[in-house]
Ligand binder design. Sequence first.
Ligand SMILES: [Zn+2]
Ligand SMILES: [Zn+2]
Length: 103
Amino acid sequence: MASLEHTHFYERVGPRKTAKLWRCKHPDCTHTLRADLIEGKRSMCECGKRTFIIDAAAMQRRRPKCLMCRDTKEGRAAQSISNLLDVMDLDKETPIEPEGFTE
Ligand SMILES: [Zn+2]
Ligand SMILES: [Zn+2]
């Protein structure tokens, strides 16, 4: 069914250590995947804006998130780079001042 073509929204079924299955939580999708095959698969993030590849860090969560939605050091670094690119796109005349990046 063509209408079902989508990037799966993977969600782990069961606790982290013993889960044997991941499923897609799209309402019209019955796709499941064995837990030992999930790593390296592309999933849609809950934000619905970005897809990402499920890695070991993402597998820690029942509902993995894209890098931009993760509250981790790597996620925040990706967010600040994205913000920087946004700024550069919106106003190319704005000088980039390193001291503006202290948290
Ligand atoms: Zn699906
Ligand atoms: Zn996201």
